[in-house]
Every structure is written in structure tokens, then in C-alpha cells.
Design a protein around this ligand. Structure first.
Ligand code: NDP
Length: 397
């Protein structure tokens, strides 16, 4: 049915490739391209399907992307490289008539700042070209938005309070490691916190607000208020929301390491001069930290990510909690990657499937919650990320 090009052969790219290869009724031709071709070849070897093609591409370079798209002629590109490449890949899609999907919004390399404005600015150009761009189709952003859309469609007349809760209760048995690209992860966590209340954005100091929350099958975990990109699109697309927040769990060990990394200047993203060479401390740190792709084998425990929602149905207040728990070991057994890569890669594959089946095909640039959530929710149950619902419980928030 469809020709797909996956860009990026990291933890998430590896999961996307496995899941795409499991759904050959939808994905008939597959290519994985990344900066380092040997990593793409290793993914194909692990999957054991020699029909998957591989290629080298520098996704910062529009001309290289255009040449690759023109030779492979994909219908859709799944961008699971880094957020820095979003705009170059979107440009190349427009030049070659290819549809687009990603899991993280654009971020410039030299400022630790992310927002949708850069990608939303492409809406008219994608519309005019008759092409679909699906933004933020991982777990969070991604499933968090689809859960919200599903809640709005089936369980609420008015969503008023939304808390996205992201718990990683896994243990990789390393002193310190990040679960996805360390550079992107540390930039995200060391930023100011931010949440939405009564039409305004309220800024907090990094990790200033925290609270113990109970997660299903896990128990209580210290959860920290962070700014997360889907808050921006969700409050726009669901204007009845009075307050929207995002919470993520961190252990004390992790936070202590993070504080030291910052205190000694290793989280800096400005280039410094070292022996006549320009190096960015955070990029150097990434090179010495464990590779998130290698964490899977010894990872135990699970993730639990969901939406806790309060609002009105038939004039009465109700609460709703929808979540998925994902076992790191089960993810590893299936794909060789840990749960964080798995929970991101599976929704990216499903988003591309929704497009190729014609269900999520609409010229323009869209966030996932703007599409019908039902067929996506159905696939989550079939593709390894089953969800559960709890009604009228104490949300703790
Ligand atoms: P990794 O660092 O493991 O992988 C990134 C891949 O992109 C690598 O293969 C890398 O190549 C490749 N790459 C980087 N720069 C370029 C370039 N210029 N040209 C071509 N390829 C390039 O990251 P992850 O797999 O952990 O994360 C992938 C994406 O998923 C990120 O954007 C991240 O923000 C997002 N994410 C989204 C989540 C969600 O829930 N929405 C959760 C987790 C991650 P090389 O190997 O040569 O470095």
C-alpha cells in the first residue's frame, strides 16, 4: 500500500523500523536513512528483512534530502532524527511532494527553546501542495494528544483540567543515563517549567514544582512540573481547558547528577574553545554518556504515561484517567530497545499507517489531536501499547 522513508536510526528509529516491518500489509517498501549508514544496516540486520533499503543522508542539508526523496520516492517520511532537522526535512518534502510525520517539534541548535510556531508557519505551503504534515506523533507529544482528543470525543462535553503524567519507573542499572538523546533530554529538563492557567502561561524555575503521584502498578513517585510541547497545541485545540500541566518523574540520583552536570558547566550549549578546537560541552557529554540504545538489555520495570482529566459531562463534573504501562523488558525482547524508545516509535508507525490508509490524510500541518482518535486508539491496542481507563477516581491533581 505505501512506501515509507524513516530518517534516523537511533533508539526511536530502530523501533519504528521494527514496527513498520511488522505491518507489511500497509508498508510495502521501506527505507531507513541516517547520518551513519552502518547504523541503518545494523537495524536491518536485527530485523532480518533484507528487502529494507538503507541510505546515508545529512538531514541538515535540503539538497541531499531532495536527491534521496527523488530517488526513493516515498509517500511519507517518518522523521525520527533530531528536532534540529524538522524544518530541512519539511522543506525537502515540499520540494519533492512527500508527506511528513515527526515526534518532536523544531528546536534551533543554538537556543534551548522549542515551540510550534516554526512548523505551524508551513501550514499554507503544505495545504497548497496537497501534502499532509503530522506533528508530534510519539507518546508525549503524540498519544497524550490522542488520549485528550478521545476523552473530548467520548467522555466530556468540556475538558477543563488536563494533567499529562509521565512516569518512568524503570531501572537501567547505570549510575546516570538518559532514556533518549542526552542532548535533547538535558536541554528539555534544565529549562524553566511552564504551565497554562486561565488563558495565561505561568513560568516556574526548572523543576521547582513537584508532587508525589501514584502510578498504576508502580505506586508513588516524585513528579516534577515541566514545560512540554503538546501543552501549546492542546490548549489551542481544546479552548475549554482552564489549566494544562505536564509532570515527569525523576529519581533523586538522576537529579543529583543533573545538578552536578549543570554546576560544572557540562550542560552548556554554547561552543567553548578547547585546545584550539570549538566544542559544545553538552555535545561532548553526550559522547561519554551511555548510549540510550544500549540500555535495553538490563532495563527492568515499566513506564506509565497518561492523561488525568477533569471536566463536565451532561452538566456534571467527572474525572477520567487514561494511561498505558509499558514494560522495558518486553520492549527490549521485541525490538532490542527500551520502553522509552518503544513508546515513541510505535505511535510514529501508527501515525504513518493512519496516513497511508487515508484516515489521517488532510493537506496542511496538523497536531495529532486534530485527527479522529478512534482508529489510532484501536491500533494502540493491537501494536503493543494497550490503554486503560479509570472513571471518577481521585486524580490527586
Ligand atoms: P538518537 O540520538 O538515538 O537518534 C537520532 C538519530 O538521528 C541517530 O541515528 C542520528 O544519527 C540521526 N541524526 C542526527 N542528526 C542527523 C542528521 N543531521 N542527518 C541524518 N541523521 C541524523 O535519538 P532518539 O532515537 O532517542 O530520538 C529520536 C527523536 O525522537 C528525537 O527527535 C527525540 O526528541 C524524539 N523523541 C520523542 C518522544 C516523544 O514521546 N514524542 C520521546 C523520545 C524521543 P547518528 O547515529 O549518526 O548520530
Amino acid at each position: 500500500m505505501g512506501k515509507v522513508l524513516i530518517i534516523g536510526a537511533g533508539g526511536v528509529g530502530t523501533v519504528v523500523a521494527h514496527k513498520v516491518a511488522q505491518n507489511t500489509d500497509v508498508f510495502t517498501d521501506i527505507m531507513i536513512a541516517s547520518r551513519t549508514k552502518s547504523k541503518c544496516d545494523a537495524v536491518v540486520k536485527a530485523i532480518g528483512n533484507s528487502n529494507i533499503q538503507t541510505a546515508q543522508v545529512d538531514a541538515d542539508n535540503v539538497d541531499e534530502l531532495v536527491a534521496l526523496f527523488n530517488s526513493f520516492k516515498p509517500e511519507i517520511v517518518i522523521n525520527v532524527a533530531l528536532p534540529y532537522q524538522d524544518l530541512t526535512i519539511m522543506e525537502a518534502c515540499l520540494k519533492t511532494g512527500v508527506n511528513y510525520l515527526d515526534t518532536a517539534n523544531y528546536e534551533p541548535k543554538d537556543v534551548a527553546h522549542f515551540e510550534y510556531s516554526w512548523q505551524w508557519a508551513y501550514k499554507k505551503r503544505f495545504e497548497d501542495a496537497g501534502l499532509t504534515a503530522i506533528l508530534g506523533c510519539g507518546f508525549d507529544p503524540g498519544v497524550s494528544g490522542i488520549y485528550t482528543a478521545y476523552a473530548a470525543k467520548h467522555h466530556f462535553d468540556e475538558i477543563q483540567y488536563l494533567d499529562i503524567v509521565d512516569c518512568n519507573a524503570g531501572n537501567h542499572h547505570k549510575a546516570f543515563a538518559t532514556n533518549f538523546n542526552p542532548e535533547i533530554n538535558i536541554r528539555e529538563i534544565t529549562q524553566n517549567g511552564r504551565y497554562y492557567e486561565n488563558g495565561q502561561w505561568i513560568t516556574t524555575k526548572p523543576l521547582e514544582i513537584h508532587k508525589s503521584l501514584n502510578y498504576p502498578n508502580i505506586g508513588p513517585r516524585d513528579s516534577y512540573l515541566l514545560y512540554h510541547e503538546e501543552l501549546e497545541s492542546l490548549v489551542k485545540n481544546f479552548p475549554t481547558i482552564k489549566r494544562a500541566r505536564f509532570w515527569m518523574t525523576f529519581g533523586q540520583e538522576y537529579l543529583t547528577h543533573l545538578r552536578v552536570i549543570q554546576d560544572i558547566g557540562m550542560a552548556r550549549i554554547d561552543p567553548i574553545d578547547y585546545n584550539g578546537m570549538k566544542i559544545v560541552p553538552l555535545q561532548f557529554l553526550k559522547a561519554v554518556l551511555p548510549n540510550p540504545q544500549d540500555l535495553g538489555e538490563n532495563y527492568d520495570g515499566e513506564t506509565s504515561i497518561g492523561c488525568r482529566i477533569r471536566g463536565l459531562k451532561n452538566g456534571k463534573e467527572r474525572t477520567y484517567y487514561v494511561y498505558n504501562n509499558c514494560s522495558h523488558q518486553a520492549a527490549y525482547q521485541e525490538t532490542g530497545m527500551q520502553g522509552v524508545s518503544y513508546t515513541t516509535g510505535v505511535p510514529a508507525m501508527i501515525g504513518a499507517m493512519m496516513f497511508l490508509k487515508g484516515i489521517w490524510k488532510r493537506p496542511g500541518v496538523w497536531n495529532v489531536e486534530e485527527f479522529d482518535p478512534d482508529p489510532f486508539m484501536e491500533q494502540l491496542n493491537k501494536q503493543g501499547l494497550p490503554w486503560h481507563e479509570v472513571f471518577d477516581t481521585d486524580l490527586e491533581l
